[in-house]
Design a protein around this ligand. Structure first.
Ligand SMILES: C[S@@+](CC[C@H](N)C(=O)[O-])C[C@H]1O[C@@H](n2cnc3c(N)ncnc32)[C@H](O)[C@@H]1O
Length: 202
């Protein structure tokens, strides 16, 4: 289900302990740095809005209320935002692991250019993954802001009991990789929220 709206407002409409898993990719303020200094990025006008760390904290606090006990949450994060995201999320959820996504191709930046992105794995209560995999995922990818659905699919397979019904949410959905990943599983109901869904996702 695709819902156009503000993450905080939409999350408030769900009951306590509703979701079995959260996978999301927040518009943290650190993304503005690339927009301000990048030669290519400066020329692009239709960027999505970013949020302050305070706003992000409020949204994840509300997300915690909607997550079932002993469930997982995965949050994409680049190196620049890592310290602030860990600080904010560690006050709300139980820290489990940092997963490294090796994109193989070089991304934004001028020196020591980003080739990896992080996925912060937290839980509410005790979450035990279904599959035992390494915390490095190698998946070649050239784009900076759109994520491959294949990574979401790996996270779903690793963390959910797919023999049961599951409800999952991405409240910063963008191009909707989560619903594409969920389409491979009959037992997952997917909710995706974004303030301004891109035309191509409708
Ligand atoms: C980093 S992008 C997510 C990209 C997505 N993972 C993808 O692969 O396309 C962050 C998204 O958050 C959305 N966003 C910004 N503010 C929001 C808010 N208050 N509520 C919901 N979504 C918001 C932006 O429109 C943007 O699509």
């Amino acid at each position: 289900m695709k819902i156009k709206g503000d993450a905080l407002k939409v999350l408030k409409t769900f009951p306590d302990e509703f979701f079995d898993c959260i996978i999301t990719d927040p518009p943290y303020p650190h993304l503005e740095r690339h927009r301000a200094v990048g030669t290519t990025t400066r020329l692009v006008k239709d960027w999505f809005p970013t949020l302050s760390m305070e706003q992000i904290g409020l949204i994840f606090k509300e997300a915690e209320r909607t997550l079932k006990k002993n469930s997982s949450i995965f949050v994409f994060c680049n190196g620049l935002a890592l310290r602030d995201m860990l600080n904010t999320l560690s006050k709300i959820f139980e820290f489990r692991q940092v997963i490294v996504w090796d994109k193989v191709y070089l991304g934004l930046g001028y020196h020591f250019r980003n080739r990896v992105e992080f996925i912060l794995y937290y839980s509410k209560g005790n979450h035990r993954p279904i599959k035992n995999i390494a915390n490095v995922i190698r998946f070649p990818w050239k784009e900076s802001y759109r994520k491959p659905y294949q990574i979401y699919k790996i996270l779903l397979e690793t963390s959910l009991d797919l023999s049961k019904e599951n409800k999952v949410i991405d409240f910063f959905a963008g191009s909707c990789p989560l619903s594409k990943a969920c389409s491979f599983f009959k037992n997952i109901k997917c909710f995706e929220v974004d303030v301004n869904f891109h035309e191509k996702t409708k």
